[in-house]
Structures are given as structure tokens and as C-alpha cells.
Ligand binder design. Sequence first.
Ligand SMILES: Nc1ncnc2c1ncn2[C@@H]1O[C@H](COP(=O)(O)OP(=O)(O)OP(=O)(O)O)[C@@H](O)[C@H]1O
Ligand SMILES: [Mg+2]
Length: 1029
Amino acid sequence: MEGSSSMLDAEAVADLVLLDPLTEESLVQTLQERFRRRDIYTYIGNVVISVNPYQSLPIYTPEKVEEYRNCSFFAVKPHIYAIADDAYRSLRDRDRDQCILITGESGAGKTEASKLVMSYVAAVSSKGEEVNKVKEQLLQSNPVLEAFGNAKTVRNDNSSRFGKYMDIEFDFKGEPLGGVISNYLLEKSRIVRHVKGERNFHIFYQLLAGASPQLLQQLKLRQDCGHYGYLDREGSSLPGMDDAANFHAMQDAMRIIGFSPTEVTELLQVTAVVLKLGNVQLSSSFQASGMEACSISEPQELHEICELIGLEPGTLERALCSRTVKARDETVLTTLTVPQGYYGRDALAKNIYSRLFDWLVKRINASIQVKSDKQRKVMGVLDIYGFEIFQDNGFEQFIINYCNEKLQQIFILMTLKEEQEEYVREGIQWTPVEFFDNSIICNLIENNTTGILAMLDEECLRPGVVNEDTFLTKLNQLLATHKHYESKETQNARRVTDASLPPRCFRIHHYAGKVTYNVTGFIEKNNDLLFRDLSQAMWAAQHALLRSLFPEGDPQKVSLKLPPTAGFQFKSSVAMLMKNLYSKNPNYIRCIKPNDTKSAMVFTPELVLAQVRYLGLLENVRVRRAGYAFRQLYGPFLQRYKMLNAQTWPRWDRGDREGTEVLLAGLEFPAEELAFGHTKIFIRSPRTLFDLERRRQERVAELATLIQKMFRGWRCRTQYQRMRKSQILISAWFRGHRQKNQYKQMKRSVLILQAYARGWKSRRLLRELKSQCRRHAAATTIAAHWRGYQARKTYRKYFRSSASTCLANFIYRSLCKKYRDQLSASRRAQLQARLCASELFKDKKTLYPKSLQQPFRGEYLGLKQNPKYQKLHAVAKDKLVLADSVRKVNRASGKTVPRLLLLTTEHLVLADPKAAQPKTVLSLSDIRGVSVTRFSDGFLALHLKEVSTVGAKGDFLLVSDHLIELVTRLYQTFEATTGQALPLHITDRFSTRFPKGDVSITVVESPKASTNGPVCKKKGSNKMEVLVY
Ligand SMILES: Nc1ncnc2c1ncn2[C@@H]1O[C@H](COP(=O)(O)OP(=O)(O)OP(=O)(O)O)[C@@H](O)[C@H]1O
Ligand SMILES: [Mg+2]
């Protein structure tokens, strides 16, 4: 393993904890040797020391990212990726918010380090369309903020002129959700002034170099840097920095972050306004009162600015050249001198730019902020301007160095002081390590009553004559005896001669060295005041963005309250930052600048030694060596690692400490590696911790496999059991179904068999019975024959020839009786009617033989079926014997008319066929007799008794097609009703009684057959001839 072999390389140990002997020289030598080998990263435990190589090294490739991903911290070469990975894993797996504190002086590589951390985290966190967008937005915030917030300084070509703290927020899976950027005090004085050899903020050069001619025209700018008072020609291009390309990259980045084209245009317009403000020239003039005044000497630039921001030029001119002063209730407009005018102009430019920068950060935050309210974990990356010592240090350096002092304090507190205090607290045997505690310096600056910042604020707010001299005097009075404060006056008081400390200056002994601050500008910069006229003028502009930057310019919202001072604001934001950092698990990257010339691979030991000293690296190594790399409360520790020991896994019922002891005893670590505090377990080397973590991972993997195995087994078993149950159910149903079918089939078969058997048995029985019957009949016949034979034999002598006839007759009768017995009632009635007919007509009337073929139907009219005869049917009711149509012979003319004849058991009814109404109803007892001819005609005379009611009408002459049947039925009915035989005359001559007297009727045989039956002809008044055939 490369990492571990280089760890033990005595000349260039990768972890300075292993350095032997441990001296400042050996430490610097080791760093130098490693630097020579291009190993720019070195550890002190888990603090990374990064030495700026000033050249690009091939150690940030995707392959390297893969190499460090999920790899044990000490298994690979020291790298910034290793600490980023460790922090990320701790955040993801242990749910601990992290912060990465990158410190070092200007140009040491902090910004580069922060970008490397961010790009590593972006590379190793999960991928997906949404996540990638978030990552891209987070990463792209860098070029935008660098363009507006970075500048070339003598120490660094890309020096951050603002402090940046970025919280990257992750969800529980470690996927980046978004972030929040906080910015700290932009060095806005750079807008109007910068040291020779330095540049203004990159954006101005980028804009002029990269904007298209159309855009420049739109912004009313010229490409020439030298044209602008706030820029300088020499700085127009920097070796190794392509401003035009950076401008395009910045524009792309803004698009990716989500800036709208309008927002970009407005942003550039405001930037152009700042640049152009520097070109607004003032000249002095005198008023009539003799007061000095200033005026715009070259109005062109002012007009262009006003055009860009949509403001009336007069308003801006007035605001730049005069000032409204409120005295009691009066408002007075006073003119400004030229220097005052320039002061106002520059203050305006600085204010516009710094507020624009704040807006930019807010706008980026709006894009990258986390939209969901999921639970988040946070990794903060702090990249703040490095410690600065210049020839001439002003308010900005004072503020920057104060911030660095605070960061050093955090480092001391967390790694040196707190650590040692904890050992004592926990009762771990400990020899204290000496280190410099910079709390005294922090207190010197920030103390609320005696701190430099508090005194500065006091001076700013104090009425009366206030200037830097009074401020310095006050400092000298109050801090005369402070160990870390010096000034000409305090030196004089101590009788120290020091030519390096000029007047109007004070010196602070910072942790990183002594810095002499010139108080000039302290009051003004701390007040950070902008003439109200100028903010009102800006608010009056139509430019939406610019207007929004000056809300206090709204005359409605005029407030007489002074805004908080710059120092106060910075102090409180630093305090907030510190509170935030304290709440997180710190990870340190300490950047070292190897040379002052920004040269690749040049290592100046003296320079590095100074940094090693003030960064307190040696003390860091000492504490680290003597101390323990890791500590954790027994409870969480046991919880995390309990799976490593069979006794503690899966449940430990006794105390946490005891459990931890049992757990670690089983792991057999060397005794010196572990210390048991009152509440925490301490592990000396990170290696042991990593070993522990590795074992845990292996065990977790094993346990996961076990759980998977058990789960899979359980799943398969339950599935199998479910299948089995289903299968049993299906089989049961199927078997049941089959059995039922089989049973039905059997039942059917049995029934068939039974049916056949029963049938067979019945038939056999029937056969048997039949044969018995036949046998019986045969026996009877035989017996009869036998008896007959016997009787004949016995009685032969008594019977002679007539006996057989008598016997035959007897038999015949007996057969006849038998025949009669089996006749049905209707058939019997028929035959009786036939018999009666034969008795009445046989050999007496020629019609008789013909009638034999015609069956006696009785009902020829269909009374029941035909609704027309309903009435007649009602008359006949159930007593009907015969219904037929007949013709009635007119007694006067001899012509016939059709009639319906109904014979009932009591009456004989004649009805009109059309009306179907009875015309004549005769009681049978009224009938005296009937006469018919000898011939085959249907003529008949119905003689009525004279006494009867109808009899008065006389006899009826009728012709019927069923004469034989009619007369027979009448005869039978008459006999049945009256108990007497109806007198029937079959004759050729008979007398009828008509109302007009008796008529004798003569039957004459006609040779010609008449179709309509007999024809009656009236011959005289009492004679009628009936022609028959
Ligand atoms: N790891 C690195 N590899 C190659 N070059 C580097 C690396 N780190 C820093 N540099 C170089 O050093 C220069 C300065 O680095 P950087 O801007 O990060 O310094 P800084 O510590 O942020 O300074 P300041 O406090 O002024 O912002 C970079 O522009 C780059 O050229
Ligand atoms: Mg930087």
C-alpha cells in the first residue's frame, strides 16, 4: 500500500505525528522533502496540511476520486480528497453535521482547496438528473462569486476579497439537496483604490475583455481598461488568466444557476455604472457667496450613467455636487467641495458594488436553496480571506485578520485546549502541552467594552470632533499595558525605540505575526456612510435592480437612526459563524504558502517556518501524539460497534462502559491504544479507529448477508408454504370433484343396472303370470271341454238333433252378451238408435239402406262452436238430442224454406237460420205422429195434437237430409219422454191437418231425380202432391 509505505518513510513521513525527532526544523524539512516529491498534502492526525504547488498536478483526476472513494483514511496517500471523503462519510453514515475549515494566509490555496472538496463531494455523491442539477448549481456558484469577489493582489492573482461560508445540505442518503452561502465583508475599498501591481475586481476586466461589441455598446462601455479611472492599464491582462474566457464561463455559470437574461443584463448594467462612476470628473467653482462648490466637468459620462439607470441627469448631478442638511426643522442645500464630491462619488460606487455583491449572493441562494423540508445534514465549507500583512494595513486588513484570529481560536479551542481539558475532565492520565492561546488577542479586538472594535464604534457615535487621532489616543490610553497592543505612544511610555512603527498607527501581535495598522480611514470605513442624497437619487432611478439596492432612498422610509457600523456588523456575523462552526464536527485543512513569488515548486523554508509557527502545527502534533485521535460516549460507541463481539451483540443488558470494555477486550487492540474515561472511550491512533471501522464494515456486511439470508429463507419458506397450502386446497377440491363425478357415474350405472334388473325381473314375472294365466285358461278350456265332453257324453242319450241348435243359440247369445257388455255407453246408444231405425224402416222405406253408410252424428249445426247459435244452444242446453237444418214446406204454395231443427229430450224446436231464433217450440207430448213416404226421399209430416198450443197452426211438412236419423231419434226420445211409442206411418197417401182444413197428401213417384228432394205441389185446396224419386 503506497500510503502506508510513505507513512513510514522517515525523511518524508505522511503523518507528522510519526515525525522523529519532533522539532520545527524537522517539521519544515519533512514538508519540504514531501513538497519536492510533489506530495503537497501531509497529515497531522486527521488535519490536512496543504502546501500550494503553484502548478497543476495530476492528482485530481476522476481515477484519483475513485481511489479515495470509500477508502480508509490512512490506507492511501494524504490527500484533500481523503479528508473530504472522511467528512462526507461521517455525515452520511454517522449523521454528524460537518464543517471544513480551510485556513492559511492569502495565496496559500484555500479557495482551491474548497473547490476541490466541493468537486469531490459532488463526484462521490449519488447521481440523478435532479441531484446533478443541484450539484452543478452549487459548483457554478464559484465562478460567479469569484468574478465579482476576487481580485489580483500582490500575494495572490485570484485573491478572495470576501469571506465565504457555504453550507451544502444533504438528505439522509447523502444526496446533495442544495445549499446556502453566507458572505462576509467584501473589500469594497478596492473599487476605488488599489495598490500598484494589484487589480480591481475581476469582473471589470472580464466584462471589458469578454463582452461582445454589441454588449459593450449596450452598456455604453469601451474596451480599453485605461479609459476607466477605477482600473489601470497594466492590469488589463494577467499572465495565465484569460479574462474573456472567464467572462463567458461566468455567463454560462449564471445561466446554469438560473439567472434570467434580464437579471444578467441588469447585473452588468449596474457593474458598468460602477465603472463609469469612476470617470465622473469634478471641477471646483466658487459660488457668489464665495463658498467653494464643485460641478461635473465632463457631463458625457454622467449622462450615459443616467441613461443606463433611467434617471434624470440633473438629479444625479445634484446628489453628487451638493448635500441636503437638516438643521432643526429646516432643510438646507449645501454645496460640496471637490474632495467631498469625490468622496461622495467613491462612496456611491463602493456602496453600489458591495450591495450588488450581496444581491448576487442572495440571488444564488434563491436558486440553490433547498426547496423541500426534508430532514437535512449539513457540510459547511469555510473559505475566508487569509491572514494579511501588508506594508500599509488599513481597516480591511484589521477586519480580515480579526476573522483569522477567530478561526485560529476555534482551532485552538477544538484541537488543543478543549482536547486537553477533556482528558483532565475524563480522568485520562495527561501531561499538559504548552500552546499559545489567542483568546487574549480576540478579546483585545472584540471585547464589548474595551475591545478595539467597541472603541471604534464609540468614536463613530460620539458627538463632537471625531477623527482617527482621537480614536488612537483612546486606544493608547486604554490598552497601554496590553501585551499584544503597541503604538508609538505606548512604546515611548516603555522607552522603546522602534523606527518600524510610524505615528498614526497601532500594532497588534497577532497569532500569525505583528501587524501594524494605519488608523487613517478607520472611522470613515467603520461608519460606511453614504450621503442620503445619493441613496435617494439611486432609489429614484428606473433601473429595477439598482433601485432595489437602495431601499433607504425611499423618502417615505427616511430614518434618522444610524445604521450599524461595519465593524459591529462584521463582529456579529463572525460570532454567528463561530456558533455555527462550533455546532459541527470540524475538519481542518491548513494551507501553507511555500514562496512569495507564486512560483511553481519553490519552497522558502523561512516563510514556511513562520506559517508553521503561527498555525501552531508543532503544538498540534504534540497534542496529537500525546492525545487520542478519537473519543466517543460509551453509549453511542457501544451501539455502533457492538456487533463486533458475540457478547455484546445483539443486546447488552449491563452498563455501556462495561459493554465497551468487553467489546474492546474481544478485539485485542494494544492496551496503549485505548483509554477509558469517565464517560467516553478514547482511541489513540486513527489507525486503530479505521481498523475498528473496517471490522465493523465487514461485520455489517456479514450481518447484512445473514439478514438477507434469513429473509430470503423466510420468504422462500412462506412462499413454499403458501404454494403448498394452495396445492393441498386445489388437490382437495380436485379429488372431491373427481370423487363426486365418479360417484355420480356409479350412481347412474347402478340405476341403469337396477332398472334393467327390475325390468328383467318384472318381465320374467309378467311372463310367468301370463303363462300361469294361459295355463289357467287352457286348464279351464280343457276342463270346460272336458266337462262339456263329459256332459255331452252323459246327456247324449237325452238330447237329439235340436239340442245342438239350442246350444248354438245359447252360445250365440252368450257371445252377443259378451259383445254388448264391452260396448261403451255412446256406442251402445248409437247401436240402439241403429236398431230402432232398422225396426222402423228396414224393408219399409227405400231410403233406409242408404242411411246405413251415414253415421248418426246428431249435431250437424255446430251449436257450441258457432257463436251465432249461442241462443239456440242456450235453449237446448244439455238436453240436445239432434240439431240439423231442414226445409219446411209451405203449406199454401208447397215451396220450401230453410229452418233449423233442434230436438231435445223435451221439445222440438224450429228456428229461423238467419236470426237463429226459435220460431216454433213443440213439446214432444204435442206430437201425434209422423208420416213418411216409402221412397228414398227426406219428406216427413209431423202431425200435432189438436189440443196443443202449436197444434192450432196445423201439422208441419219438413224435408230432411237425415230423415232416418231424425225420425229414429224423435221416435226414441218420444218414447223415453212420454213412455209411449210414436205412431209412424210409412205410406203413399195420408191426411194432414192444416189450419184451413185437412189436406190429403199423395206421394207420386217421379221417374226423374230431383236434386232438391221432393217437390210438393198443391192440387186444389185440400190436395197436395209430393213428387219423389
Ligand atoms: N492545489 C493546487 N494546485 C495547483 N495550484 C494551486 C493549488 N492551490 C492553489 N493553487 C494556486 O495558488 C493560487 C492561489 O490559491 P487560492 O486562490 O486558493 O488562495 P487563497 O488561499 O484562497 O488566497 P486568498 O486568501 O487570497 O483568497 C491559485 O490561483 C492557484 O494558482
Ligand atoms: Mg481565496
